[in-house]
Design a protein around this ligand. Structure first.
Ligand code: 13P
Length: 257
């Protein structure tokens, strides 16, 4: 089954409001001009969601949060709810990014709860999974078992229909994030195939064959075409290289006919 590619930019904690607006406008210009058969998603920092939403108005570019609260509303100082993201025009949100797991204390249980909150509130969700360097060092089989465990824990409360409607998976090996090291395309593709088989096991072949699985971790203008060329890889989640239109634009066009 051919799955439409998704090119997603995670701006992390970067830019200011002028820079965010300028970058959003530049991405809009690129997408409107090229009109490739690919989806584009941008995840700016929370304070710039509104300004980026305005800059993207009238385009098919999908706006996303970088995280969300597991709670619906209430006394949760500093947190942002699914409803607020929707209110600001978000289509979706990242969930379980390794930086939230590492610095924000997200456990597998938190990730499961956030994923359910996102999808049941009407957001699409990009669920991030990936092994650390120390797990990687123990071998490919151990890495696959670890990532499969993260996946199963996160999906524990979701129905097949919910996954079909709103779920994308992003495989982001932690050792490749921001390091300039990428998984080889064949290693990444093997992990994607393993994740797809896990989804088939947990739910069905039908869901597994239509679910998009993105790769993230030091994707850049030079390596994107190779990564996007792998049939198991349905798009990319880009950090650093999404902050400049030159590199993000090149990644958007990479390998396109
Ligand atoms: P880099 O592309 O900067 O390695 O970050 C990847 C990432 O974490 C995207 O979510």
């Amino acid at each position: 089954m051919s799955r439409r590619l998704l090119i997603a930019g995670n701006w992390k904690m970067n830019l200011d409001s002028r820079g965010a607006t300028a970058l959003a406008r530049a991405v809009k210009h690129e997408i409107v001009q090229r009109k490739l058969d690919r989806d584009v998603m941008l995840a700016p920092p929370y304070p710039y969601l509104d300004t980026v939403a305005r800059a993207l108005e009238g385009t098919p570019i999908l706006l996303a949060g970088q995280d969300l609260s597991r709670h619906e509303s209430g006394a949760f100082t500093g947190e942002v709810s699914a409803g607020m993201l929707i209110d600001l025009g978000c289509h979706g949100t990242l969930v379980g990014h390794s930086e939230r797991r590492e610095h924000g204390g997200d456990t597998d249980d938190t990730v499961r709860a956030k994923l359910e909150r996102a999808i049941r509130s009407g957001l699409s969700a990009v669920l991030c999974v990936g092994e650390s360097e120390s797990v990687r060092e123990t071998g490919a089989a151990a890495s696959m078992a670890f990532v499969e465990g993260q996946l199963a824990a996160a999906l524990a409360g979701l129905t097949e229909e919910e996954c079909a409607k709103a779920l994308t998976i992003a495989y982001e090996p932690v050792w490749a994030i921001g390091t300039g090291k990428t998984a080889s395309t064949s290693d990444a593709a093997a992990m994607h195939a393993h994740l797809r088989a896990s989804v088939a096991n947990l739910y069905s072949e039908a869901l597994a064959s239509r679910l998009r699985i993105l790769y993230g971790g030091s994707v850049n203008a030079a390596n994107a075409a190779d990564i996007l060329g792998a049939s198991e890889i349905d798009g990319v989640l880009v950090g650093g290289a999404s902050l400049k239109i030159e590199s993000f634009g090149t990644i958007y066009r990479a390998g396109a006919a």
